[in-house]
Design a binder for this molecule. Structure first.
Ligand SMILES: *[C@@H]1O[C@H](CO)[C@@H](O)[C@H](O)[C@H]1NC(C)=O
Ligand SMILES: *[C@@H]1O[C@H](CO)[C@@H](O)[C@H](O)[C@H]1NC(C)=O
Ligand SMILES: *[C@@H]1O[C@H](CO)[C@@H](O)[C@H](O)[C@H]1NC(C)=O
Ligand SMILES: *[C@@H]1O[C@H](CO)[C@@H](O)[C@H](O)[C@H]1NC(C)=O
Ligand SMILES: *[C@@H]1O[C@H](CO)[C@@H](O)[C@H](O)[C@H]1NC(C)=O
Ligand SMILES: *[C@@H]1O[C@H](CO)[C@@H](O)[C@H](O)[C@H]1NC(C)=O
Length: 409
């Protein structure tokens, strides 16, 4: 009996462990802070620096919030967005500190890790926050510095708790921004993404090769990256099986099909999921005869791209860093402008689909290549609602179901 309850506890733990990496967001920090108008500036900059979505991905987090007066003092220093991101990152602690815990610190002080420290941008031992529980109930927060020659950073004090969801999210007001010479140092804007290099390293080497050998297409992709670009790059297996058809295309057709894989708008996975519909591509040239569009559709579990010829699905996120997002897909996108619906798929019995575009085209049976999401994918997409997480969640779930079956058998 005892043994059985141990098994059940173990099972429960397994279930919890499997559930934790789910893409289901436990909270939305933007929404919670919106209930506190005195923190609207802080809230705005959490979104502008994209820290809000990084916070929402976490299970255990503490946000040291600054009210509008405190934020105007910070903004008066005219930091660039990358620098402001570092400063605000220092205010996000990757552990749970509710009001009670803060006022009962063992040894009366503790060092908390922060987003700033976790990015690797923080030099030396900077980027931690020393939390000290003083006598008389005062709790102070001080950023650590790795440079003794710099003046000792002043501390900020706990004011009040704004929201506690034990032991996931705690939002606390502090009386002024944390000061840290390291975080406030001018931060370089992220270097522009080298698209073909990224593809090559992340499983789309064949597509990268095709793009690199087509000067026009390559240049169009690179030029579009600054203003916002979403790239759907077919994995190596998909490109390999498509090569006979690709070789058959004219030079113009080859350029068009490459361009067809770029959507000239930055789009996070979350946005793709919520804004289903027809998108135009880099291949679209305005004229109705060259639409080169496709339909994005979220089926709840995965995001599909329906060209009217065949349907591809997003299998992982290679990068999601405004202004560029890149997703791996399991098939080459075939535009209606160059291919006829379905008929070329030798293995699958072609469904009796007419030339009706969009919705009516039957989805292809899931063939050889099941979506795969390696932990590496997840890391790359860390901080984003990556598809990889979803896949990871479901595969984790399968393991649990198998474990349940094994134990109950
Ligand atoms: C807190 O996180 C756990 C997983 O670590 C999750 O199951 C739970 O729903 C979360 N609670 C809240 C209130 O968000
Ligand atoms: C969070 O809430 C804000 C404001 O209510 C909303 O605009 C945003 O889309 C939400 N984010 C997510 C990921 O649901
Ligand atoms: C935090 O700072 C206080 C005051 O400077 C110091 O006494 C304490 O040792 C520090 N705590 C940690 C964990 O570094
Ligand atoms: C991108 O990376 C490739 C190597 O993968 C390199 O040959 C190319 O010069 C790089 N392009 C730019 C613009 O840095
Ligand atoms: C290549 O094109 C020819 C002529 O249009 C066609 O008969 C043949 O089936 C095509 N091959 C492939 C692999 O699509
Ligand atoms: C999409 O492309 C088709 C032709 O392939 C065209 O008939 C249709 O109007 C286009 N839709 C949009 C919204 O551009």
């Amino acid at each position: 009996m005892h043994r059985q309850s141990t098994s059940y506890t173990f099972l429960l733990l397994l279930l919890l462990a499997a559930a934790s990496p789910a893409a289901i967001l436990a909270f939305n920090v933007t929404k919670i802070l919106a209930e506190h108008p005195d923190f609207s500036t802080f809230n705005h900059y959490l979104t502008a620096t994209r820290l809000a979505s990084e916070i929402n991905q976490r299970q255990t987090i503490t946000v040291l919030a600054i009210n509008n007066a405190g934020m105007s003092a910070l903004l008066a220093r005219h930091f660039t967005i990358p620098t402001l991101k570092n400063v605000l990152s220092l205010h996000i602690l990757v552990d749970y500190y509710g009001s009670k815990k803060l006022h009962q610190l063992t040894h009366s002080s503790t060092l908390a890790s922060t987003f700033y420290q976790a990015t690797g941008a923080a030099p030396g031992t900077s980027g931690f926050v020393n939390i000290t529980d003083h006598r008389g109930g005062r709790v102070s927060f001080t950023a650590t510095s790795s440079d003794d020659s710099l003046p000792f950073p002043s501390s900020s004090d706990f004011v009040k708790s704004l929201k506690e969801l034990p032991y996931n999210l705690s939002i606390i007001q502090i009386n002024k921004p944390l000061s840290s010479p390291e975080a406030e140092a001018p931060a370089a804007a992220p270097a522009p993404v080298n698209l073909t290099d990224l593809m090559t390293r992340k499983g789309c080497a064949l597509f990268a090769g095709l793009l690199a050998s087509d000067r026009d297409a390559h240049k169009t992709f690179d030029d579009s990256a600054d203003g916002g670009l979403t790239v759907f790059c077919p994995g190596d297996a998909a490109v390999k099986s498509f090569m006979p058809k690709y070789k058959n295309l004219t030079a113009e057709g080859k350029t068009s099909i490459l361009l067809y894989h770029g959507y000239p708008v930055y789009s996070s996975l979350q946005t793709l999921k919520s804004n289903n519909g027809v998108v135009t591509t880099l291949a679209t040239d305005g004229g109705a005869s060259k639409s080169y569009n496709f339909t994005v559709q979220d089926d709840g579990l995965k995001v599909e791209l329906k060209t009217g010829v065949a349907t591809a699905a997003i299998t992982s996120t290679l990068i999601d860093q405004d202004p560029v997002a890149m997703y791996e897909i399991d098939k080459v996108l075939q535009p209606l402008e160059l291919f006829k619906p379905e008929e070329t798929d030798a293995l699958a019995p072609a469904p009796a689909a007419h030339k009706k575009k969009g919705k009516k085209v039957a989805p292809e049976p899931a063939a050889d290549d099941a979506p795969e999401a390696s932990p590496a994918d997840d890391q790359v997409a860390d901080g984003n609602a990556a598809m990889g997480r979803n896949v990871g969640f479901w595969s984790g779930w399968c393991v649990v179901v198998a474990a349940v079956a094994a134990i109950l058998a």
